[in-house]
Design a protein. Sequence first.
Length: 278
Amino acid sequence: MPELPEVETVCRGLAKPFTGQIIASAHVRRPDLRRPFPRGLVKNITGRKIASVTRRAKYALLNMDDGSVLVLHLGMSGRVKILPPAQARVYKPETHDHFLFTSARGHMMVLNDARRFGQVMWFKSEDVMAKDPSFATLGPEPLSNEFSGPALLAALAGKKTAIKVALLDQRVVAGIGNIYASEALYIAGIKPTRAAGSIRADEAEALVAAIRQILTKAIESGGSSLRDHRQTNGEMGYFQFEFAVYDREGDGCARCGKPIQRLVQGGRSTFYCPACQK
């Protein structure tokens, strides 16, 4: 599933051609993805100007000039393609292109989702969106000032669940997924099976710093392309070439040389160094 860096990359790709532009036309090519498309979606967004493109957790937010918000969630395999006017004019939608819109200047956005675990939502206002179950319980953004050592320590207090599993809980911190949780724990030197409630104040500070570091680097690299993720221009992300532990079972740890190990937590693979992470 695309995580924060991949979605941030998509948002930045959308922002350049579409910010300040009017949606001239839109097309929904099937009734649903993971959930049905919002009723009246095409009518609600056609003619609206995109004021800004932002991100919340793993959601891309297209904020309209009337205060409404178009939300894209990529699910497991979704990707956003942006076509310049010359290509958009002759583009023939592919099988898994489920939602498209075109700006008055001719740029086209295409949401392609082969497995259909993605989602498109529309909200009349930010206040309405904030109360929706998808957003109401989200934790702090990991790159914001709201996310700090003390804040993380408070969120983990008393939790018996493993720290790796806790980091995937979007109520604890928003946007982190399997890849970046493994990488951040390695940088911070924390074993992924540790009880979340056992994390000390100094470890929480180190983990916050590690999360910020790994997410910032991943965004700069355009995210990680393991299967489906592509940047909006079709190029791969490149952060997978910088993984320290993720998907590197059996490889030598860059710090100590001992083999990276893999275990399954909550049905997901975790990668770590048993010598460097305590």
